[in-house]
Write a new protein. Sequence first.
Length: 185
Amino acid sequence: MKKITEKIRPDKDVDGFTNRNFGSIISKHPLLLPATPYGVMELLKRYKIPTEGKNCVVVGASRLVGAPLSMMLVEEGKATVTICHKYTQDIAHFTRHADILVAAVGKPGLITADMVKEGAVVIDVGTTRVEGPQYKNGYSLKGDVEFKAVAPKTSYITPVPGGVGPMTIASLLLNTLRATELRNP
């Protein structure tokens, strides 16, 4: 996968996956940002959710979402960021202190109400197809957060589906426009 990704010209990489685009996150002039993290940052901006000095916890350290989002929250958002991953012991210890909690692991229901601080902003990036006869279509899309139980504790929370997904699509379109601008200054 890495060999294929690096064959993509960075100025055409609207997903923001190449090493050049990934590395540009921490520069003063980022190129094409990874689409889902870019969408999360735009969501925070559009809802005027302050990040500066906030304690942000990102559950999930993937190169697709967790790692780049953490860098963007530090670089652009001026936040204090803790990254939790599958080797983190007692994830709840960290999530309970988060002003902004981002779940991006693909484990339905991982984040429960007792893991969330009162008034926190919760962004659910996880999307997993859960099959079962109880669902009209035979399946349902579930996030990493137990939405119904967690929502009453939060100041903001994103649903799954319909939260971060549309922001990812919007970010891909913004990156497409930016790619055109980069190629035609």
